[in-house]
Design a protein around this ligand. Structure first.
Ligand SMILES: NC(=O)c1ccc[n+]([C@@H]2O[C@H](COP(=O)([O-])OP(=O)(O)OC[C@H]3O[C@@H](n4cnc5c(N)ncnc54)[C@H](OP(=O)(O)O)[C@@H]3O)[C@@H](O)[C@H]2O)c1
Length: 289
């Protein structure tokens, strides 16, 4: 399959972007994968790597003048809003047809949450930019566990979280990438829409521990911490207070049942069920052994 609209993927080395370029390549869809450091590039058929920095307008011009569609993702940092808005600005100047922005649930420029606020600021700028857009607001990624738990599971067979028995519909980043492809390849059906994406089932960390236990064939225990214990733990990793407060609020939301909300959006975009925690644990088993 070939594609008439050239797609540029910003965040192509990130959790969602790397799955997106993999799936675009497998589908035979040409795309430009953007990184600040070409040493991180993974050669894939149909994928051309280019270096650009969202802080550097000239480097953005060189990528964006070659594309019609943009997938926009980057990690939240102090410059996030300016960086992503630079991409939107250059896209408008170059008459890009459509931007798919990876955002977060509850994105709101007035939020105190350090993830929701900058995503909300960019959403607002994008909505008023005049370019066609689709906003994806995915729930928390299963792939975060590869950073957060893999080590304690390997060393202690334990997961530490402060969410009690509270549940959340975690999502596999491969499904988020697949939703992005649906939108990028049928953009006329998704103009100026915002999709809240959830996994197929809300699960507790006790259930996540069970899924990983069954994949590695050894018991894994979920240690349910209090918020105070979680704060002390995060401080010991040197995390700034602003981040700790947001993570504690997110954990408390899950513990109190506020995150326990499932919709059918992913299934509607993909015509199949979302990936569940058992498949995730099997596919990534080597990270937990
Ligand atoms: N993690 C979650 O559970 C979760 C849940 C919901 C929403 N989200 C949202 O997902 C987004 C992050 O996506 P992700 O997790 O896929 O990304 P990620 O894994 O954090 O990777 C960040 C990507 O952004 C690129 N990047 C960062 N700064 C850049 C710059 N100045 N210029 C060009 N590229 C830059 C990096 O590229 P190089 O380093 O290669 O240059 C990298 O590919 C955020 O908006 C976040 O709010 C995350």
């Amino acid at each position: 399959m070939t594609n008439q609209n050239q797609i540029a993927v910003f965040g192509a080395t990130g959790k969602v972007g790397k799955e997106l370029i993999q799936q675009l390549s497998q589908a035979g869809i040409t795309a430009i994968a953007v990184t600040r450091d070409k040493d991180k590039a993974k050669a894939l058929p149909y994928i051309q790597w280019m270096e650009a920095d969202m802080n550097d307008i000239n480097s953005l011009e060189k990528v964006i003048e070659q594309c019609d569609m943009i997938f926009l993702a980057s990690n939240v940092n102090q410059n996030f809003t300016n960086e992503q808005n630079n991409v939107i600005k250059v896209a408008v100047k170059n008459a890009v047809k459509h931007i798919v922005k990876l955002s977060s649930p509850g994105a709101d420029k007035n939020s105190e949450n350090f993830i929701a606020r900058p995503n909300g600021e960019v959403e607002e700028y994008l909505k008023t930019s005049g370019v066609n857009y689709t906003i994806l607001q995915p729930n928390t990624f299963m792939q975060n566990w590869l950073d957060y738990f893999a080590e304690t599971i390997q060393k202690e067979r334990k997961i530490y979280e402060a969410t009690g028995e509270g549940k959340k519909p975690f999502l596999d980043t491969r499904d988020i990438a697949a939703c992005a492809i649906t939108v990028l390849t049928n953009s006329e059906n998704h103009i100026n829409k915002t999709y809240l994406l959830t996994g197929g089932e809300s699960v507790s960390y006790g259930q996540v521990a069970q899924a990983i236990s069954s994949a590695i064939k050894e018991p894994v225990t979920y240690i349910s911490m209090t918020s105070e214990q979680a704060k002390t733990r995060m401080k010991s990793f040197g995390m700034p207070d602003m981040m700790i407060n947001t993570f504690i609020a997110i954990a408390e939301g899950q513990r109190n049942g506020k995150a326990d909300f499932v919709n059918k959006q992913v299934e509607e975009l993909l015509n199949r069920k979302p990936i569940d925690i058992y498949k995730f644990a099997e596919d990534y088993v080597q990270y937990f052994k």
